[in-house]
Design a protein around this ligand. Structure first.
Ligand code: PGA
Length: 266
């Protein structure tokens, strides 16, 4: 249970005592979304995230699946992003992460678990990413998108940009050059900045914003400054998470701990 719930800039912000409790709540919300979507249209479509932040969400979803409290049999998943280039069997790939932490432990059909293929030829990569947007649309759109936030405000690998807000909110899935902050933050996973891929394929801001509900997680003091900018600063593609505020009230829920919300004044 959150210790406090606040309405900030059109978003619901649930503040939890710790990240475990927040991730537990996120997993329960995902399970409810699956039940509701399967009940109403026979299928649920989830947008999933990687990184440190959502790990306990996947642990809890695996527990719920084992306890038969949720089934992934009628679920399709689309991951936010994948490094480019990147082989799916590489232990640093997000495909590997998802296999390790969720896919191989639950009853999700193998061909329903989509992670961008980081081996497509460069000349085809943007077209391929746009095709994935088409697949999501044909499945009826994302019922729920799970997000983290980078220290530079990125969502997926939509990095800070000089685009106009009107342009940014429509951006399709595509190849992105990674921002210096992203490369620095990924360095520990790759044994140094020099080995971090310079590009990634990401779901676009437009694809993310089209989700029927968005859960965004942020934990720890290192996210406090960017959470404050996203919630209280200008709405700008320079802080991609601030673009969530272009959505109607009720679509976006933040799940945070005290440290991550500490720079947002009452
Ligand atoms: P993290 O990454 O969960 O590893 O902090 C979040 C993000 O970059 O979206």
């Amino acid at each position: 249970m959150p210790v406090e719930t606040r309405a900030i800039a059109g978003a619901t912000v649930h503040i939890f005592p710790d990240s475990e409790a927040a991730c537990h709540a996120a997993a329960n919300q995902i399970a409810r979304t699956i039940h509701d979507a399967v009940a109403s249209r026979g299928r649920a479509v989830l947008g999933l995230a990687t990184g440190q932040t959502p790990l306990p969400v996947y642990r809890r979803l695996v527990e719920l699946n084992r306890a038969k409290e949720v089934s992934f049999a009628k679920v399709s998943t689309y991951n936010l992003d994948e490094y480019y280039p990147m082989a799916p069997g590489d232990t640093q790939s997000y495909r590997y992460y998802m296999e390790q932490h969720l896919f191989q432990h639950v009853d999700l059909a193998v061909n329903a678990a989509h992670v961008f293929d980081g081996t497509v030829p460069a000349s085809f990569a943007n077209e391929y990413a746009a095709q994935v947007d088409g697949w999501i649309a044909r499945e009826g759109g994302l019922d729920l998108q799970l997000l983290g936030i980078g220290r530079n405000g990125h969502i997926g690998f939509n990095e800070p940009s000089d685009a106009t807000t009107d342009e940014a909110v429509k951006l399709p899935s595509r190849v992105m050059n990674l921002h210096t902050v992203t490369i620095t933050d990924a360095a520990h996973e790759f044994g140094g900045e020099g080995d971090v891929p310079r590009q990634a394929i990401t779901l676009g801001v437009g694809t993310i914003l089209a989700a029927r509900s968005i859960l965004i997680l942020a934990f720890g003091a290192r996210k406090a400054e960017i959470v404050a900018q996203a919630l209280r600063g200008p709405i700008t593609p320079k802080v991609p998470a601030s673009l969530l505020r272009t959505l109607p009230e009720g679509r976006v829920t933040w799940l945070v701990d005290h440290a991550a919300i500490s720079a947002v004044a009452g």
